[in-house]
Design a protein around this ligand. Structure first.
Ligand code: OOG
Ligand code: NI
Length: 447
């Protein structure tokens, strides 16, 4: 008889350990968490209907647990090992993001839980980027970067052993899980000592700041952890009061009655002291803080409308003006649940109400009627993924003013998947399956 800890439990332990570590490393993150918790509490107190709904949909409990992080790695081997490490925690690669369009020399995926039950327990996600060394145009420097990366191992031997043990046994005991969390954390720890001399650091940094960040350190330090807020506008406006300097614009869609997708903002990266290999001292900026507000996941039709309107709104430098412009342009995006449902712009999770349990759907009854009669309740499905345009804005704001736009080269999902050693799951298929399964559970299979 095996007594393995569930992947959900390991993920929760890990995300809590990561949060504790990051609070120590970046004290402003702790401040931000306090602010977000206060705003969330206020929001729930002010909006009892929202609170009741989150509670009924089993969403309230995950709210304070909820966060995502981001890391960047340099080699295929690192990425493939991360995939195996995250698998221990029930996190799978979902989605492919090409950031080169925005001048950032990486492509990415998100490791996250995929099942309904796992997402309810803890939706912890890690946005993971692979550096594209082929975008270093100086051939000698490119080879040097590859050689530096080839020499490092970002995983402890014990971590590798525990991943292998998990694969052989199909799980980890409570004690082994604790050891795994402790060892895995080492991969993401900040190291104030670079693996290179300052000259090499400068040369790589001149190519792109991100390249120096990935190549010159012994691990893939977590670069931000992001709590989820129920009111991002309020958090953004309160940040200065808490001594935090937010980036200018909130990324993503405007404020709405029915929030869609994802809105994000961040605060600027810290300048941290670094010691280089010849004993030289310097600084490096990579780590920052971010907050996000999540809304309903959109169908391909809804997403196409979002992308079109976002492009139409363009971008600005003043948040208030930008939000106003967005709000005007997004008038073309229906802002009530019924329209979103009927026009199939967003995904919903359907469940029977008490009345519906007493009087279950009969063949031929339409979903619209069942909802109208209060026999079926439709809850918006939370968007669990990321947005490439927003991500690019977050990257840029933390690379400083000198962030160069550069020609992208052709990003390739196939190359990324070859490095990963697996294919990434299609997020749309996951949302669609979830909606479909919820309908089947309600006894409606022909909707
Ligand atoms: C990742 C930036 C993207 C998000 O929330 O969109 C991201 C990075 O800076 O490594 O985290
Ligand atoms: Ni982020």
């Amino acid at each position: 008889m095996n007594h393995f800890l569930s992947a959900d439990a390991i993920r929760t332990r890990f995300s809590q350990a990561m949060s504790a570590m990051y609070q120590q490393e970046v004290p402003q993150y702790g401040t931000l968490m306090t602010l977000v918790q206060r705003v969330n509490a206020r929001c729930l107190a002010d909006r009892p209907a929202l609170k009741a709904r989150l509670e009924a949909a089993d969403e309230l409990e995950r709210l304070n647990l909820e966060r995502h992080g981001a890391i960047r790695v340099g080699t295929a081997e690192e990425l493939a090992t991360l995939r195996q490490m995250f698998a221990v925690m029930g996190m799978e690669p979902v989605g492919y993001y090409d950031l080169s369009q925005a001048g950032v020399p990486v492509h990415s995926t998100a490791f996250r839980p995929v099942s309904d039950a796992a997402l309810r327990r803890n939706p912890f996600r890690i946005f993971t980027s692979l550096l594209r060394l082929e975008l270093i145009d100086d051939l000698q420097l490119r080879e040097k970067a590859a050689a530096i990366l080839a020499r490092r191992d970002i995983f402890t031997p014990r971590c590798r052993a525990l991943i292998a043990q998990h694969q052989q046994q199909g799980g980890l005991s409570d004690a082994d899980a604790d050891a795994f969390v402790k060892e895995a954390l080492e991969t993401f720890r900040w190291h104030g000592v670079s693996t290179v001399d300052s000259e090499t650091y400068q040369a790589l940094s001149q190519q792109h700041r991100l390249i120096a960040d990935v190549v010159c350190f012994p691990g893939c330090h977590i670069n931000h952890l992001t709590p989820r807020t129920l009111d991002i506008d309020l958090v953004q406006s309160l940040m200065p009061e808490y001594g935090i300097d937010p980036k200018a614009l909130i990324e993503g869609p405007p404020r709405r009655e029915v929030p869609i997708l994802l809105r994000q903002t961040s605060f600027k990266a810290l300048e941290e002291p670094v010691r280089f290999q010849q004993g030289e001292s310097g600084t490096h900026t990579a780590r920052f803080g971010e907050i996000e507000q999540r809304g309903v996941a959109l169908t391909p039709k809804g997403r196409a409308l979002y992308d079109r309107l976002l492009a139409e709104a363009g971008t600005g430098t003043d948040n208030q003006q930008h939000q106003q412009r967005l709000a005007e342009v997004f008038r073309d995006f229906p802002d009530d649940e019924r329209s979103l449902r009927e026009q199939q712009l967003a995904w919903f999770d359907y469940r029977l109400s008490e009345k519906g349990e007493a009087q279950p759907p009969r063949p031929g009854e339409s979903l619209a009627t069942l909802i109208e009669q209060g026999r079926i309740i439709a809850d918006p499905v939370v968007y669990e993924d990321f947005l490439p345009v927003s991500a690019a804005g977050i990257f840029q704001s933390n690379l400083g003013d000198k962030a160069q736009a550069r020609t992208a080269g052709n990003a390739s999902r196939a190359d990324f998947e070859a490095a990963l050693g697996a294919s990434v799951q299609d997020e749309m298929q996951l949302y669609q399956a979830r909606q479909q399964q919820s309908l089947v559970r309600c006894g409606i299979s022909d909707a």
